[in-house]
Write a protein that binds this ligand. Sequence first.
Ligand code: HEC
Ligand code: HEC
Ligand code: HEC
Ligand code: HEC
Length: 387
Amino acid sequence: MRCHLPFRSWSPSLSLVALVGAAALLSGCERPPPHTEQTGYRGTGMVQVSNPRLDAAKLAANQAPPALPPASADGPKAGTVYQNVKVLGDLSVGEFTRTMLAMSQWVAPQQGCGYCHNLQNLADDSLYTKRVARRMLQMTEHINVDWKPHVGATGVTCYTCHRGNHIPANVWFTAAPRNYPGVTGGASGEQALQDQPSPSVDYSSLPYDPFTPYLLDSQSIRAAGLMATTGKLQPMLQTEKTYGLMVHMAGALGVNCTYCHNTRNFATWQNSNPARVTAWYGIRMARELNNDYLDSLAGTFPPHRLGPTGDVAKVNCLTCHQGVNKPLYGAQMAKDYPALLTVSAPAGEAPASAPMSAPMSAPAPAASGATAAAGPAPVTLAQAATK
Ligand code: HEC
Ligand code: HEC
Ligand code: HEC
Ligand code: HEC
């Protein structure tokens, strides 16, 4: 993925072309020696290859800021002292104020309180940023409480995605169709949104929006092969989109395919690494956040924040991970912010999104090494058995 051989026009001097070609080829490569580490069962080729020099830069760019000094949990509750508190009402006034300070640093370090508040009246909801932030608070609590199979004890804060920016640096919109009559894809010119190098798929020719089908819709993440259920061949486009998503996932975590898969058989859960199970939950989590929290804010955001088809910016693996297998190298920021660790019942209204039971009850794939029978991902396993 990292080396690109440029196509060059024919020249009479073959040796010169070879020399230039070799130089161009090598200039696209990373300087050796890389570091390799075994990540799976011996003899299965499950190794993680990394570059120590690039790792140092990544480490520096992914540090969690220090926690704010703790506040007292005693005293009157924010819900009784303030007028318009719908999510954080159970916090002490001290902890509430500390949370406001932290949110300012995480999302609007330059503007501070005024980015979300009418400073004449802090209870006023007229700024859209405040209404969005309230929903973001609910989303962050929901991730930490209900998506433990993915985020574990590490959890997330606003900083995991925002890193001091109003809009997280890595978001995606549904791509508008690009039609080029007569180029590829037949008379209509529909290109299946591919063959257009894009960072979303690491500049490969794969479909450059692998997110709408999988992280918004729930299309089937499968490579071509006989479908056990119907005996029919899976469509090739689905395979290409699946690879598009996988290239995104590997790049977003800064890992190779073998971090999760035993590449002898990509489909089987047997001998996959436990990280693949975590990733399986991650796909479902991102999908749910996009549908239930972000897309539903479309009417709240001003038009200049919306994408080409009028949708809200959404999250993928890169939004949190930013090139690292665990966001911020697994720094446990969330544990220092009680506001983000419980799902608060909004005062005076039904929960905007009832805490989900789905994540826990969804059919999880079998963990590494488990037998096929134990794995409740029937299609995958049945399919694997046919290969
Ligand atoms: C990223 C947006 C954001 C920033 C920045 C922010 N706030 Fe808030 N603030 C909110 C939200 C959202 C609520 C409502 C919380 C709820 O409903 O539980 C709120 C509510 C409040 C309230 C309660 C007002 C009332 O009477 O209802 C106070 C006081 C407050 N914030 C103070 C501050 C201070 C002081 C700062 C700066 C240090 C600040 N906020 C920065 C989003 C923000
Ligand atoms: C899982 C990732 C994620 C987390 C965690 C998260 N956000 Fe966001 N936030 C987003 C995305 C994505 C957008 C952009 C939506 C758009 O522009 O259409 C956004 C937008 C916002 C905006 C609007 C900013 C603007 O200028 O339009 C505010 C305010 C905000 N978030 C506050 C917060 C607060 C406060 C927290 C923590 C309580 C938080 N966010 C946690 C992903 C996240
Ligand atoms: C972070 C873990 C992770 C990484 C890295 C990863 N995958 Fe996957 N892969 C998964 C998960 C999880 C699934 C199953 C998705 C589902 O069913 O929702 C999957 C499914 C697949 C499938 C579909 C198998 C089938 O059932 O037909 C293929 C093919 C695949 N991956 C190839 C790759 C390739 C190629 C790479 C490297 C570019 C890669 N994967 C990197 C986790 C990963
Ligand atoms: C809301 C933020 C967020 C999003 C979005 C997210 N992750 Fe994660 N992910 C985390 C956190 C936090 C951890 C650390 C969990 C822990 O420490 O146990 C993690 C851990 C993981 C791990 C385990 C790594 C290891 O070395 O054990 C994998 C694999 C993973 N994520 C894959 C994905 C994939 C694939 C996606 C996109 C489909 C994704 N994640 C989206 C927050 C996120």
